[in-house]
Design a protein around this ligand. Structure first.
Ligand SMILES: NC(=O)c1ccc[n+]([C@@H]2O[C@H](COP(=O)([O-])OP(=O)(O)OC[C@H]3O[C@@H](n4cnc5c(N)ncnc54)[C@H](OP(=O)(O)O)[C@@H]3O)[C@@H](O)[C@H]2O)c1
Length: 199
């Protein structure tokens, strides 16, 4: 049994990840609204406090991250910065701090999305941020060989079709439970530097 932290555990994807892993692992569920392990990963002190409270971990999963969605012709740098500060730096911050709280061979698994390869209307910020995250995964896996890092890149989740179907014409969604299997591959496997595409 490993001790795995899931940041974003209360979300659509996070709930499925917790459901997948909880049978054989101890899960530390974290999110802004969690009463035991509250965290805002856009805030450095909040992330430090979370890891100090949680103790040594064998795995860290981030199933959270927001970016700006809106027309490119009207986009401002300030709006673009939303994805940089939240989904990109939030997940990178979890790695930078979390790496010092992981057992040897432990894993960090980040979340990107199909949008790296399939740009969608109004979603330039998301494509840029997710592509940067996948670059970070490659670099971190190469430089720090003591722990593993992977990303899971889901397509639209069927549970989220109400929110995203209008942006994803002709896309076939996958159930969150299927995306959750990729997190298990990352946590229980031996690979590093991989992007598991669940498309
Ligand atoms: N849903 C999809 O179809 C889909 C497809 C591809 C990729 N993704 C990616 O998967 C990730 C999760 O998506 P989702 O649809 O599951 O989102 P969601 O349902 O909105 O859940 C987000 C989760 O993250 C937590 N959270 C939000 N902001 C946070 C912060 N600043 N610090 C810590 N926790 C925070 C939320 O709880 P609190 O509000 O309590 O913090 C919640 O637990 C996102 O990065 C998204 O881009 C989603």
């Amino acid at each position: 049994m490993k001790k795995i932290m899931v940041i974003g555990a209360s979300g659509t994807l996070g709930q499925a990840v917790v459901q997948e892993l909880r049978a054989d692992h101890e899960i530390v569920e974290a999110s802004r609204g969690d009463h035991r392990f509250p965290v805002d990963f856009s805030n450095e002190e909040s992330v430090r406090a979370l890891f100090n409270k949680a103790g040594q971990l064998d795995g860290i999963i981030v199933a959270a991250g927001e970016a700006h969605i809106g027309p490119l012709k009207e986009m401002t740098a300030e709006q673009f910065n939303k994805g940089l500060q939240n989904k990109l730096l939030g997940q990178v911050r979890v790695y930078l701090i979390g790496q010092h709280h992981l057992s040897a061979g432990g894993s960090i698994t980040l979340t990107t999305g199909i949008i790296t390869d399939e740009p969608l209307r109004d979603c330039a910020n998301v494509t840029a941020v997710d592509s940067a995250l996948e670059g970070f995964v490659r670099a971190a896996a190469t430089e720090n060989r003591e722990i593993r890092i992977n990303a899971v890149s889901p397509t639209m989740l069927t549970e989220s079709a109400d929110i995203y179907a209008a942006y994803c014409p002709g896309f076939e969604g996958v159930p969150a439970s299927r995306a959750a299997l990729a997190f298990r591959r990352s946590v229980d496997g031996i690979q590093t530097g991989r992007v598991y595409r669940v498309w």
